[in-house]
Design a protein around this ligand. Structure first.
Ligand SMILES: [Zn+2]
Length: 319
């Protein structure tokens, strides 16, 4: 008798929606929204980064399946077109839950270009086109970053210019202070020094993993988004010329590429959330927002794998 009663109760509960699916209702959505959801199945199995995507504007309701409280994390990370990723606590119950979260407006980062190697007009166009390329990749890859402007400074006649500034060598330990002390430095912005050669090549650039970048005279327009990626705490996911199961030269952080265009959600999460990212460490661009110290590779309960994709990146499908 008891079993029969329990069964009919479950049937009633299902009919009433008590055992139905949970929902995340995202507001401030623009075109595309994607979620990575942590919780547990109704049977108690930990769910880490369950993927959901949905198109739409304004308020978008996304069915995330049946979830209950996990012994690990109970949260949702939300990404979106022209929106900065956010993380919200979602304490799943055994009933049907609806959690609201609001996608963040994009974060604007200032850029100052110091044109050190002339001719000024040509290199100003080079720098401006690189800014545009960066902005385009950030937009289409749903990073939630904007350039709030792309200032140009004519430093071509600066009397402090030396050969060591025009042709900079030394890898990570190069003459960074020559640039910021002798050429100039705008605090709170990305400072890019457009010179002649970096490590002996006109096509090379370098980041100090902070607010300074040096760029050679003939760098590709897609290199700037790569160097800024280093400043935002990202590393190379592959070696030069290598393609692996998750990476090839189409990713922005591929070294030795001229075809950079894609950003994974694992990378985007790190750019926004890593405390070492200059977004947090130098620009304070996410006041009050949580940070999470994620390793370059690998996955933890709190950090999506760096190769995690909510949407396809060319040949690499959402995973
Ligand atoms: Zn690099």
């Amino acid at each position: 008798m008891f079993l029969r009663a329990a069964t009919s109760f479950l049937a009633l509960a299902a009919a009433a929606g008590l055992s139905g699916c949970d929902t995340v209702r995202a507001s401030n959505a623009f075109s595309a929204t994607g979620l990575l959801v942590d919780g547990a199945t109704s049977g108690g199995v930990v769910v880490n980064d369950r993927r959901r995507t949905r198109d739409g504007d304004g308020v978008v309701s996304i069915n995330v399946g049946r979830l209950s409280l996990s012994s690990e994390r109970n949260e949702t990370i939300a990404f979106g077109m022209n929106r900065a990723p956010v993380r919200a606590a979602t304490g799943w119950s055994r009933s049907r839950d609806t959690f609201d979260l609001r996608l963040s407006d994009p974060i604007a980062i200032g850029v100052t270009n110091w044109i050190v190697q002339g001719p000024f007009d040509a290199q100003r166009t080079h720098a401006f086109t690189s800014c545009l390329q960066t902005l385009g990749i950030w937009f289409w890859e749903r990073t939630g970053f904007l350039l709030n402007n792309c200032d140009m400074r004519d430093a071509t006649r600066d009397p402090d210019i030396t050969n060591a500034i025009l042709n900079s060598v030394g890898g990570d330990n190069r003459n960074w202070n020559d640039f910021s002390n002798l050429i100039g430095f705008d605090p709170g912005r990305i400072n890019i020094y457009w010179i002649n050669t970096v490590e002996g090549a006109t096509t090379t650039g370098w980041s100090d993993f902070g607010g300074r970048i040096v760029m050679g005279r003939n760098t590709g327009f897609e290199l700037l988004v790569h160097e800024i990626g280093h400043g935002f705490s990202l590393f190379h996911p592959v070696a030069c010329g290598g393609a692996t199961a998750n990476w090839d030269d189409t990713n922005i952080m591929a070294p030795c590429s001229a075809t950079r265009e894609f950003v994974t959600e694992g990378q985007n999460f790190r750019m926004h959330f890593n405390p070492a990212s200059s977004v947090n460490a130098l620009y304070g661009a996410r006041p009050g927002a949580p940070t999470e110290d994620c390793q370059n590779a690998g996955e933890t309960a709190a950090c999506p794998a760096v190769e995690r994709r909510l949407w396809d990146d060319g040949a690499f499908l959402a995973n």
